[in-house]
Every structure is written in structure tokens, then in C-alpha cells.
Design a protein around this ligand. Sequence first.
Ligand SMILES: [Zn+2]
Length: 63
Amino acid sequence: MAGPVYRACKQCNFLTEMDTCPRCGGQTSKEWQGFVAVIDFEKSEIAAKMGITANGRYALKVR
Ligand SMILES: [Zn+2]
């Protein structure tokens, strides 16, 4: 997955190609680092830590 194509939501860290997050409507940023793919958020410890409530790809850091 290439960084420049994807943008990360500043509110929920969701990765998307859009300017606005399709999950929460937040603004997205091209300035992000690392990501985690959540396949089963109900069983994922990192999803619980990050407050993730849906499967998908999430940036670890968003500026
Ligand atoms: Zn969002």
C-alpha cells in the first residue's frame, strides 16, 4: 500500500482515498505514518485500544 494515495482521518484514523472520512465525516490528511489492518475489531486488542469500532485500515499516527 503506497502512502501518497491514501489519506488518514484526523478523528478516527481510518484510511481512505477521499478528502472526507466515509466513517465519521472528519477531515483526512496525507501526513500519516504506519497502519494497522483490522479484520475482526471485536477480537482485536489494538482496535480496542484505539477505539476502533469497524473493520478496515487505520493509520497509527496522523498529523
Ligand atoms: Zn473518520
